[in-house]
Design a protein around this ligand. Structure first.
Ligand SMILES: C[S@@+](CC[C@H](N)C(=O)[O-])C[C@H]1O[C@@H](n2cnc3c(N)ncnc32)[C@H](O)[C@@H]1O
Length: 241
């Protein structure tokens, strides 16, 4: 079950504005170019920003996400008819997708918590890739201990078009590595509504990532930096054997 931030229609409307300019996505467009990827599946596509950028470059794109409210926002965007949108997790990637590339951005991979779900995710991705196709995903480096910054995050105020001013605050609720949980509270000034979203993320180190990929039929081609967040993220490129 995705977090309310993605699955509640009122909160999903905030994502694109609160998440801000998507400087992180250029790197994924460059990777699609580098791989010559014509068919791309964006897993955990959320509100569809990357899927639409990829489709805008003439690629055949499928966006997959379990959060219907986020997909509804994606489907309403300019160019959305050029993307196939599917509600679900990796198992919903069509077996005949024959994709050159499956992307998973925005640290969506960290929302996969258990070993069983991680294995199921890798199997779904693998079945959607052509042999030699690439799974490219990002995940925060556990050694950077990002949650220590979240613990000290003060509240933020954002003016969201069509919604009004929203105050957002984050409270760290659990650190039991490899799991970290936090609660985000959104206060809508226009009508006084307060909504919360509970998040748990799993932090996997490079050895764990590599071992799990090898077992599930991938070879790790590269582990890179996210250029906009040096030292913070692994960007993994894993090729279907
Ligand atoms: C931080 S958002 C990132 C969205 C998008 N990739 C981006 O970069 O804007 C995380 C997304 O992962 C999705 N998600 C959560 N669990 C998932 C799972 N098991 N498989 C695929 N996507 C999942 C959520 O619904 C949400 O849309």
């Amino acid at each position: 079950m995705p977090d309310a931030y993605y699955a509640d229609p009122r909160l999903a409307r905030l994502y694109d504005t609160i998440d801000g300019p998507r400087d992180d996505l250029d790197a994924y467009l460059r990777i699609a170019d580098e791989l010559g990827a014509g068919r791309v599946v964006d897993l955990g596509c959320g509100t569809g920003t990357l899927a639409l950028l990829l489709a805008g470059t003439g690629r055949q794109v499928t966006g997959v996400d379990p959060a219907r409210a986020s997909l509804d926002i994606a489907r309403a965007k300019v160019g959305a008819a050029g993307v196939t949108w599917i509600e679900g997790e990796a198992a919903a990637i069509p077996a005949d997708a024959d994709a050159d590339l499956v992307t998973m951005t925005g640290n969506a991979a960290q929302a996969v918590l258990t070993d069983e779900d991680w294995t199921a995710m890798l199997r779904g991705v693998r079945s959607g890739l052509r042999p030699g196709g690439c799974f490219c995903f990002e995940t925060r480096r556990p050694e950077r201990r990002a949650w220590e910054e979240w613990a000290s995050t003060k509240s933020d105020t954002t003016d969201v078009p069509g919604v009004g001013v929203v105050e957002e605050s984050t409270e760290l609720t659990m650190v039991e590595l490899p799991l970290v949980s936090f609660r985000t509270t959104f206060h809508f000034l226009a009508d006084g509504t307060t909504l919360t979203s509970e998040t748990t993320l799993r932090f996997r180190d490079e050895d764990e990532l590599t071992a799990s990929l090898l077992v599930e039929g991938f070879d790790v081609r590269d582990v890179r930096e996210a250029p906009d967040r040096p030292g913070r993220e692994f960007v993994v490129l894993a090729v279907r054997r």
